[in-house]
Ligand binder design. Structure first.
Ligand code: OXD
Ligand code: MN
Length: 618
């Protein structure tokens, strides 16, 4: 096969330069071409298509996928320029058990990651990728995380045999010629290789969602590469997202003095018109998109969206930390997104959306649980079967998704692609017990301790007793590309890299009463917590010191018009030293799983917390 040229025999409507290799000269571009050739020699695709990111190319890809049966075109009247994909039933989510950090040394991956030595892993992967793209097109997708050429941005190239992945990457990142131009000029870039692992024999017809039962999502942090095999779904296939923007980028950040975080990013505008930038880390399925698109219930306040999932942070020249959302789109969970929970997201999805595994309405539009209060009488479910409300199963897969451009959100900031100075960082988990609605840390090291101890109860625990805690430090448990304890150390170190650090807060929307009911109304009312935080930043709100941090003084938070009894508010903020001491023991056990790699500053924070709790007990 002639690698340098694109076959024009793909279809009768091919134009000569569709997918052709761009004509750059020079060493840097040659290195890219050589790598593409090397991977093609291994994977043996029928064709190579260099993606230019143009609209015409995108339209052609989508049309080809409709013809092939991978995509269903939705009714233009209800959902213009939108498509539905139905995945294989065995390929519906990120797979943490098949995700590997193949660093040279096992201790550099740490106890929270699956580790296999790089040489052994390459011995496993090479035969899998050998011929894995046969009968298919290999797409070369140059992408930028962050605006092309931006000061915090990074480049990558994904080779993939999945046109669905190409269409998704085009929404989630900036794809195209401008990126190739930067690579040709010598900008560094990261190599990512993806195959659905379903080669086609001569004349074999394709299925609508090709994949392989065997799956690997592998990161080589020492050579800055990602290799993903067997899955076409989400983070397993859009390698720019979790694989690059978190796992590989966390390694780059460690080595280069910046941070890659699993955080949403918002701008809060006070009634006086002042701007504050807040990043927030929550474990998956804790309402990140809702906070990213918050509609404040309190008059005069406004929240603008900058990002919903990932934030990259770098020290600026002025002594502050600056943040960007490296992504260009939202890959959000559909179920639970509705007019009452997140009307902004619903409005964002008016058109130009790639849906995956949601249900299809009889009118050619989509539906999922929670979109409307009224449940349609008949649907085609995510697997293509007839569905009625009596079917006894969800119509949309619980992890069904929308892929949509961030620019489409009505709440997006006009300058959302620019870096913003960070004023506050929030850490939240889903805690039935112990953790009050909001706590202000005593400073960066205490805030780092709070981030390192984020957790959620595994089961509904009785009030006052700590249940088994599922740890998710910094909400990065599945996403840190190196030893988590070293990552804690990197956070401590970053505290020395800026003169004016963001203030750090712990929040918890999910505390329950004795009857097991969540006490705080959440959603838009979370703006009251944001308001208190901003007023703290301005030095205008009162706080009281407790052993675990500072909480709002009585009457310190604006609760006007809120229907939560004083008694409940007291419970939401109550701190039981005994229960916290028990939690401190669990934290020590958790730290011990990392042995002596946990930074001394965090051990000190734990000791200081225990001391404050003992003092409070008297
Ligand atoms: C996500 C996740 O899909 O965090 O964003 O799981
Ligand atoms: Mn996420």
């Amino acid at each position: 096969m002639a690698i340098a040229e694109t076959s024009t025999a793909a279809s009768a409507t091919s134009v000569a330069d569709f997918g052709a290799r761009p004509a750059y000269q020079g060493e840097a571009f040659r290195a890219l071409v050589e790598w593409v050739e090397e991977i093609a020699a291994l994977t043996k695709p029928d064709r190579i298509h260099w993606v230019d990111g143009s609209q015409a190319e995108n339209e052609r890809l989508l049309a080809d996928m409709v013809e092939q049966g991978t995509l269903i075109k939705l009714n233009e009247q209800w959902r213009p320029n939108s498509y539905l994909a139905r995945s294989d039933a065995g390929d519906v989510a990120r797979l943490e058990s098949r995700t590997f950090i193949s660093s040279e040394k096992e201790e550099d991956a740490g106890p929270t990651n699956n580790w296999v030595a790089p040489a052994t892993m390459r011995e496993t992967l090479t035969p899998l990728f050998d011929g894995s793209m046969r009968g298919r097109t290999m797409f070369v997708v140059p992408f930028s995380m962050g605006k092309v050429g931006g000061p915090i941005s990074q480049l990558g190239v994904q080779l993939t045999d999945s046109p669905y992945a190409v269409a998704s990457i085009e929404v989630m990142t900036r794809v195209g010629e401008e990126v190739t131009a930067l690579i040709a000029e010598g900008s560094p870039w990261v190599k990512t290789v993806h195959s659905v692992g379903a080669p086609l024999a001569d004349g074999e017809s394709d299925v609508s969602w090709p994949s392989n039962d065997e799956k690997y999502i592998v990161h080589f942090p020492d050579s800055l590469e990602v290799w993903s095999f067997g899955s076409g779904y989400g983070g397993n296939a859009i390698l720019a997202k979790k694989c690059y923007a978190l796992r590989i980028a966390s390694v780059l950040g460690r080595d280069q003095g910046w941070m890659a975080e699993h955080m949403l990013l918002i701008r809060v505008i006070s009634p006086e018109g002042r701007h504050y930038h807040v990043a927030a880390a929550f474990p998956s399925a804790c309402g990140k998109t809702n906070l990213a698109m918050l509609r404040p219930t309190i008059p005069g306040w406004k929240v603008e969206t900058l990002g919903d999932d990932i934030t990259w942070i770098r020290p600026g020249d002025d002594g502050r930390l600056y943040a960007i959302n490296p992504e260009a789109g939202f890959f959000g969970v559909a179920p639970g997104t509705g007019a009452t929970t997140n009307i902004t997201a619903v409005e964002t999805l008016h058109g130009n959306v790639l849906f995956t595994n949601v249900a299809l309405r009889d009118n050619g539009d989509v539906w999922w649980e929670g979109l409307t209060d009224e449940v349609p009488e008949h649907l085609i479910d995510w697997q293509g079967a007839d569905w009625t409300p009596d079917s006894g199963r969800p119509a949309a897969h619980p992890n069904s998704r929308f892929t949509v451009s961030a620019a489409q959100a009505p709440s997006i900031s006009a300058d959302w692609e620019e870096a913003v100075p960070l004023d506050a960082i929030l850490f939240g988990g889903r805690r039935a017990t112990n953790v009050p609605l909001v706590v202000e840390s005593f400073g960066w090291e205490h805030g780092t301790f709070i981030g390192a101890t984020i957790s959620s109860e595994r089961t509904a625990a009785a009030e006052g007793t700590v249940g088994e805690l599922r740890r998710d430090p910094f909400a990065m448990m599945p996403f840190c590309g190196y030893n988590m304890a070293d990552y804690f150390g990197h956070w401590i170190e970053m505290g020395g890299k800026a003169e004016r650090l963001p203030a750090i807060y712990q929040v918890n929307w999910f505390r329950k009463n004795d009857d097991g009911q969540i006490m705080w109304p959440g959603f838009g009312e979370n703006s009251r917590v944001i308001e208190w935080i901003v007023r703290r930043l301005e030095g205008k709100a009162e706080a009281v010191e407790t052993p675990i941090g500072r909480i709002p003084a009585e009457d310190g938070m604006d609760l006007a018009g809120l229907d939560v009894p004083d008694e409940t508010m007291r419970e939401i903020f109550s701190i039981d030293p005994d229960s916290w001491l028990a939690e401190a023991d669990l934290t020590e056990e958790f730290f011990d799983t990392f042995g002596d790699r946990v930074p001394a500053a965090l051990r000190r924070e734990l000791a200081a917390l225990r001391e404050r709790l003992q003092t409070a007990k008297g």
